[in-house]
Design a protein around this ligand. Sequence first.
Ligand code: MG
Length: 498
Amino acid sequence: MSQEILTLSRKQNGTVPSPRPRRPPSAPFRSQQNSAPRSLPPAAQRAPLPLGPPRPPSPRPLGAVVRELRAPACPAASRAGRSGAAWRCAAACGPGEGLCAPRGRRGRPPAGAAPAPPAFGFLFDIDGVLVRGSQVVPAAREAFRRLSDAGGRLRVPVVFLTNAGNCLRAAKARELSQALGLQVSPEQVILSHSPLRLFSQFHPKCMLVAGQGPVEENARNLGFKHVVTIEALRKAYPLLDMVDQSRRPKELFPSISSNLPGVVLFGEPVRWETSLQLITDVLLSNGNPGAEPEGIPYPHLPVLACNMDLLWMAEAKMPSRFGHGTFLLCLENIYKKVTGRELKYEALIGKPSTVTYRYAEYLIKEQAEKHGWKAPIRRLYAIGDNPMSDVYGANLYNNYLKSAQQNQVKAGVERIPQAANPQTEDNLGVESCESILVCTGVYRHNADVCRKPEECNTETVFHGHRDFCFDPSLVEASYIVQDVNEAVQLAFEKENWS
Ligand SMILES: [Mg+2]
């Protein structure tokens, strides 16, 4: 991996970020909005990552924005009327018409010739797109039949992008293989914490890790050499966790000297009060919770957090289960209340973070290279069911790609004027990341039709993370289709590929 350092960006209250110069390798960095690893694999290197939403938050209520998702944007959609128009678009548009119009011939081979190598790849969300709980979405099998050759091998690079994290990558790959009826490798799976592999500067350090499931094994697999779990810390400092009377120590223990230089939050833990207390203790003690603190250290130790989902859907009739985003909200508020200062993140990863999409792009390219597909990957299709994570993340990354292209073209103009033409500049890499929203999960195309204005007020709450400003345009999907099979079909039509 290259040691090239990527510039990180801070939140700037929704203002358009300007690219920053690369930092020298020794420079410390910290990001509140969206951060990047110090090094990325060569194929993933690009311009500095964006701050996040490129425009200031809109005063428009979320309900209005969600309703506008279906605003007619193509002739067929317009004919279909306002309600459900965009959803109908993929099925209603004829060839060369509206949103579904192919962008032009992209190498469809003559009859009998071998298909051209794919210049595109897919990013599939899992829950609500391919499966719902333990049930496979029927369209998912159809989609993967379409994506596979006669031998069951994928014809197009594919990664599975989920905010789940309380499991091993290999276990998720096995689940997907069983669900989809084809071999999925762990290298195709991106869990919420997978991009931590890129944050190699923290791997040799002794980090405090929080979460549930195989946290230590996940940390080891990601490259962390020494980690201390919340449970191990609680045992080492039994006087810190005092909420549960039954777990209070019966005798005093001598404190153990240690130094924890950072915290990695993998996902929502069990016994939140214990994790909240101990993480706060580590931050306030500058990594040494056995010592008597001398003032509040600030900036505090680096905190890396995975998965910002406030809520998630389970089998319960009540739709909202607390996700890691809720835990982070508690931690942020406790820290601010106690210290009067903001908790800042070294990295926020998982959808909709740009770091996660960059990592997905890297894996897609790596997969294409392994298969010997010679065409450079130029377009990504991100298929998901959640406007606030899947659509927002894909659109945010798409904005980043466009901005990076503009910067490269500008640089080309300055360097060699004739290189400014994107058609002749072969180094531009991926051009776009289009968001395709399906209706088999969180998003339902009928659910946002308000019969009475007062009913719409329930949709005005932004559930995104504190450091991601709400920009209505970022939750507008490029396309809305019924299911994942239609999504793949749509992408194939756009690519003129079969
Ligand atoms: Mg989903």
